[in-house]
Write a protein that binds this ligand. Structure first.
Ligand code: 4NP
Length: 153
C-alpha cells in the first residue's frame, strides 16, 4: 500500500496544487500517492490557477491535470499525512477531526522548516506572478525536507 499524503489550502487552485506537484516529483510513484484538496468549494472541478501552472512549468513540473476538490472528513481515514498551508486551513481541517489520531496527521507545512513557529504559506490569490514564484520556493524547500524524511522511513 502506498503512503498517502494530502496537501490542503483554501481554494485548491494556488498553493496546494503546487505543493502536490512538487512533492510528487520527489517521490517514487509506486510507493507514494500525493494529492490535494481545499477547504472552500468555489473551485471544485477547476484546473489550478494559471499563475500556479506557469510557476510549476518554469520549474519543470506539470500540474495541468489537477482538478480542485473539497476536503472531506473521510480524508482523515484515507490519508497518512495531511499538510496544510496556513493556520486558517489548520483550524478548518482540525475542526473536522473526530479524534486525536486524526488531529496528529495534520501539520502546517512550513513547520517542516520552522518548527513551532506557525509560519503560513502566504495566499497568493490576490497577488501577482512573483508571489506565486515565492510560494514555489517555500514549498520546494519544505517538500525537499518532507521527501527526505519519508524516504528514510
Ligand atoms: P489557494 O488560494 O487557497 O492557495 O488555492 C485561493 C484561491 C481562491 C480563493 C482563495 C484563495 N478564493 O477565494 O476563491
Amino acid at each position: 500500500m502506498p503512503v498517502k499524503i494530502l496537501m490542503v489550502c483554501l481554494g485548491n487552485i494556488c498553493r496546494s496544487p503546487l505543493a502536490e506537484g512538487i512533492l510528487a516529483s520527489k517521490l517514487p510513484k509506486n510507493d507514494f500517492f500525493v494529492d490535494s484538496a481545499g477547504t472552500g468549494h468555489w473551485h471544485v472541478g477547476n484546473p489550478p490557477d494559471k499563475r500556479s501552472i506557469l510557476t510549476a512549468e518554469k520549474n519543470g513540473i506539470d500540474i495541468t491535470h489537477q482538478r480542485g476538490k473539497l476536503f472531506k472528513p473521510s480524508f482523515f481515514q484515507e490519508y497518512d499525512h495531511i499538510f496544510v498551508m496556513d493556520t486558517h486551513n489548520y483550524n478548518d481541517v482540525i475542526a473536522m477531526a473526530k479524534n486525536e489520531e486524526d488531529k496528529k496527521k495534520v501539520l502546517l507545512i512550513l513547520d517542516e522548516l520552522f518548527p513551532g513557529e506557525n509560519v503560513d504559506v502566504p495566499d497568493p490569490y490576490n497577488g501577482i506572478q512573483s508571489n506565486f514564484d515565492q510560494v514555489f520556493e517555500m514549498l520546494e524547500e519544505a517538500c525537499e525536507s518532507i521527501a527526505n524524511k519519508l524516504l528514510k522511513k
